[in-house]
Design a protein around this ligand. Structure first.
Ligand code: COA
Length: 434
């Protein structure tokens, strides 16, 4: 038996044994989305109830399942600190049972290194290789930073987790204990594209030239852009979240990364949620590089890609061009994520551009998503100084260098026609129309 196999055997235990190391008031953290260890979280929830533990913090970006710990009986016992909220955790936050952490995604590893002391780092990883390394799979993000800093490190090894290459590995010598599980990875359906998505997709794709490097954000609109990029040539990928439409663009030959000015020939990302096909695609693929979010999303790194085209979605925009992408009023519904990281990176990239898209209305055309002013408590994600272009199904408002009044006019021109008169009247009252 090799030393690696011997060490693996010594460190191998069950999820139930691992969670016996977690005590009341411990601060636990895992990397984004599918990095959340499924068997460990279930075992932890059971231990918390059985032993009546209290005050345990569970930190992460984007839980993807409707976990037991989100139920009301865990209030004050095992609390989610949501760094980016997904559908399953919105209710717990709205009901005051979970908290959220405002942050720029690229800065999360630094916050763990310099501002927060984690007691426990736990995560799902791919099986060990012959050199003793586990890949963080489709969840690189904060994995390295929390391993470096936590008092205890636990891995859940799952053969369904792809082995993704890059700066994306942990060695067995860095780990306190390991358990195994065999649960399939969550694979949410790809967002369905509607007519508005397609109009927005066409408008943005027209402005992306051959040879550009793209970032596609979360939601149906950024994915629709992918549909219209299939005729382009020599595109590159430098993105936070590797999504299904990127796999399609690589397979059809539109993306080959040959013109990239940073990491030529490689698609760069930090995490992924998608189909089984996507997980198979990134597995052991030398053309795909995953790296920590502190690298991939650092605006200074993003900007080293010439012609970086960033495409993200938002909830609302006010007439100055301030963008809300993470709340409805004061209600937290997602997070800043990497939106600002990429808007800034694109601003600093030679030839770069950032597009933030939104349907012109919500709730069956009863609400305009272009607003004169935000309602009280709204969370501003991208500021009026950072914003570049806002896209709706009615066109593109290019805001860079425009005055307040010019911005208001450009944004009203892409609002839904039924709200344009009302928005113009409000803009006049606010002295935004001269
Ligand atoms: N008022 C009221 N309801 C609104 C609204 C508004 N202004 N805007 C949207 N909604 C509703 C929609 O109608 C929809 O409701 P439904 O679920 O009942 O249909 C829901 O909120 C979600 O809106 P939708 O536009 O479909 O969301 P999406 O899946 O396209 O995601 C964001 C949009 C903004 C939430 C998402 O892109 C995000 O979290 N962005 C921030 C982070 C980011 O950009 N990261 C970048 C790198 S990945």
């Amino acid at each position: 038996m090799s030393t690696i196999q011997k060490t693996y055997k010594e460190k191998l235990t069950s999820a139930e044994e691992i969670v016996k190391n977690i005590q009341s008031h411990d601060r636990c953290v895992c990397p984004t989305a599918l990095g959340e260890p499924q068997a460990i979280m279930d075992a932890l929830a059971e231990r918390v109830l059985a032993e009546n533990l209290v005050g345990i913090e569970h930190h992460m970006h984007l839980p993807t399942r409707n976990w037991q710990y989100l139920k009301p009986e865990f209030k004050g016992k095992l609390t989610l600190y949501s760094w980016f909220t997904g559908g399953s955790s919105r209710k717990a936050i709205a009901e005051g049972r979970a908290d959220f952490v405002p942050s720029y995604f690229y800065e999360a590893p630094r916050l763990w290194n310099e501002f927060l002391q984690p007691d426990v780092a736990y995560m799902m990883v791919s099986p060990i290789d012959k050199h003793g390394y586990f890949s963080f799979g489709v969840s690189s993000t904060e994995a390295r930073a929390i391993i470096n800093k936590a008092r205890k490190v636990f891995l859940e090894v799952n053969p369904h987790m792809p082995r993704v290459l890059g700066d994306n590995f942990v060695h067995i010598s860095e780990v306190d204990a390991i358990c195994e599980s065999n649960r399939s990875l969550p694979s949410p359906d790809a967002p369905e594209l509607n007519e508005k998505d397609l109009k927005i997709g066409i408008l943005i794709a027209e402005r992306i030239s051959d040879g550009a490097t793209i970032q596609l954000g979360i939601g149906s609109m950024p994915n629709a852009v992918g549909e219209y990029l299939k005729d382009k040539k020599d595109l590159g990928v430098h993105t936070e979240m590797f999504v299904d439409s990127i796999v399609e663009l690589i397979e059809c030959g539109a993306v080959n990364n040959s013109k990239k000015t940073l990491h030529k020939n490689l698609s760069v990302a930090s995490f992924s949620v998608g189909s089984k096909k996507l997980y198979d695609f990134v597995d052991d693929n030398p053309g795909v590089m995953f790296a920590p979010i502190s690298y991939v999303n650092d605006p200074r790194v993003i900007a080293q890609n010439d012609n970086l085209m960033s495409i993200n979605a938002c909830m609302e925009v006010d007439l100055l061009g301030q963008v809300c992408s993470e709340s409805i009023g004061s209600r937290n519904i997602s997070g800043t994520g990497g939106q600002v990281d990429f808007v800034r990176g694109a601003n600093w990239s030679k030839g770069g551009k950032s597009f933030i898209c939104t349907y012109s209305t919500a709730k069956n055309d009863t609400i305009s998503k272009i607003r004169a002013t935000f309602s009280a408590g709204t969370h501003v994600t991208t500021t009026k100084g950072d914003v570049d272009s806002i896209v709706t199904e009615y066109g593109i408002a290019e805001l860079k260098g425009k005055s307040a009044s010019q911005r208001a006019k450009a944004l009203i021109a892409v609002a839904h026609p039924k709200f344009r008169e009302e928005l113009t009247a409000e803009a006049k009252k606010l002295n935004l129309m001269i």
